[in-house]
Ligand binder design. Structure first.
Ligand code: GN1
Ligand code: MG
Length: 372
């Protein structure tokens, strides 16, 4: 079945060698991803990633690929200038046979391909604490490398992606529409977000008032969007550039902590397992600030703790909104999957709130250490 899904797509790309095998990679929540193995006539393998872009989430896949191409070429240029071998430092777009970066299938689906980075892993959860320090360093470095990239060249591929207040209004509209008839069973969950409406706007408000800089940011800094070298345990490459666009560095920080400092998977049902691991939170903060402490403004540094709360709340609310809508956006494995994710993130947020004073004082101390 798997091969059937992609067999008409494969000849459209400039893959080298003969097709041998493919495996589906099931870790993303949006796009479908396949690991392809090709083989040259001398027996050496060529490996690729093939992705079907979810065009419900990304309304303009051409703009997504334009963004990715520009950012990748910019990063490649910096690596070249510095004499750094970029082979395993970034995903390289593999062109279609007609030279474009996207292939559109007869059914309207959009496909793209990258080189596959071997002997490195994108973990869905942190398995070694040191990897999370590394992730912080990698996302920080990514931010730093793009400091001078002209933001105006990028299209906002998902408008208001991290506008948490707009996300709240979308959530309220979904509750009112109750498209899937699910609202009656989740009154407590709905109230949870109404109670936090003010907190949610903490960062948006600052951005709107011009008190926070707009930067070119990654916007999806989940722990599985950084690759860790299997031999050295060092972060080598930031992946999934679909949402690279103008945003706030705070979102990248907060989203990474939300995803990597949780003690459980994002869809763990047993909520007693879900907490914020303070040690991991510190490690990521150190890794991140080791790269960007010289770039972030005092106000950004001050708002690091708030970003953890805001983004965790945003994700919880996005999952619940999608549950209410009848599972249109995120891939789900069961009818309850989005509700499980939402409750999981709500539990994480409650734990973050209970540790908030400590988180704030640790952020302040670490920031002071790195800005000395
Ligand atoms: C999606 O595709 P993936 O799994 O990297 C989502 C992120 C969420 C994440 C939650 C474009 O990311 O915003 O944080 O799921 N990406 C998009 O797991 O919506
Ligand atoms: Mg993604």
């Amino acid at each position: 079945m798997l091969y059937n899904d992609i067999k008409n797509v494969l000849p459209r790309f400039r893959f080298e060698g003969r097709y041998e095998n493919c495996f589906e990679i099931n870790s993303g929540n949006i796009n479908s991803t396949y690991h392809l193995i090709y083989r040259m006539s001398d027996g050496t393998p060529r490996e690729y990633l093939l992705q079907r872009i979810n065009s419900y989430a990304f309304k303009d896949p051409v703009a997504v690929m334009n963004n990715i191409r520009q950012v990748s070429e910019y990063l490649e240029g910096i690596f070249r200038e510095r004499g750094v071998d970029s082979t395993r430092r970034m995903l390289r777009v593999i062109d279609c046979t007609d030279g474009s970066a996207l292939y559109q299938g007869a059914d309207g689906s959009y496909w793209r391909a990258y080189n596959y980075i071997d002997h490195a892993t994108a973990y869905d959860q942190v398995i070694k604490d040191e990897h999370f320090y590394e992730a912080g360093r990698a996302f920080g470095e990514f931010q730093k490398l793009l400091t001078d990239f002209p933001a105006g060249k990028l299209v906002e591929t998902i408008p208001d992606f991290h506008n948490t207040l707009k996300r709240f209004y979308t959530f309220v509209a979904a509750v009112a529409a109750d498209k899937a008839g699910r609202v009656k069973d989740i009154e407590d969950e709905i109230e949870f977000f109404f109670d936090r409406r003010k907190m949610m706007s903490e960062i948006v408000k600052e951005l709107d008032a011009g008190r926070l800089p707009v930067r070119v940011t990654h916007n999806d800094t989940k722990i599985n969007n950084v690759m860790i070298d299997d031999m050295t345990d060092k972060a080598i490459c930031v992946i999934d550039l679909d949402t690279v666009m103008p945003g706030s560095a705070l979102y990248d920080y907060g989203d990474a902590i939300r995803s990597g400092a949780s003690t459980a998977a994002e869809d763990e049902e047993n909520l007693s397992k879900v907490e914020l691991d303070m040690n991991r939170f510190e490690l990521f903060t150190r890794g991140f600030l080791s790269e960007v402490s010289g770039i972030l403004t005092p106000r950004e540094l001050e708002l690091l703790p708030a970003s953890i709360k805001v983004i965790t709340c945003e994700l919880a609310m996005r999952f619940l909104t999608d549950y209410i809508d009848g599972d249109l956006y995120f891939k789900v494995r069961s009818p309850e999957h989005n509700l499980i994710r939402a409750r999981n993130q709500m539990k994480l947020l409650t734990d973050i709130e209970s540790k908030y004073d400590l988180i704030t004082s640790r952020c302040r101390d670490i920031a002071a250490e790195y800005t000395k």
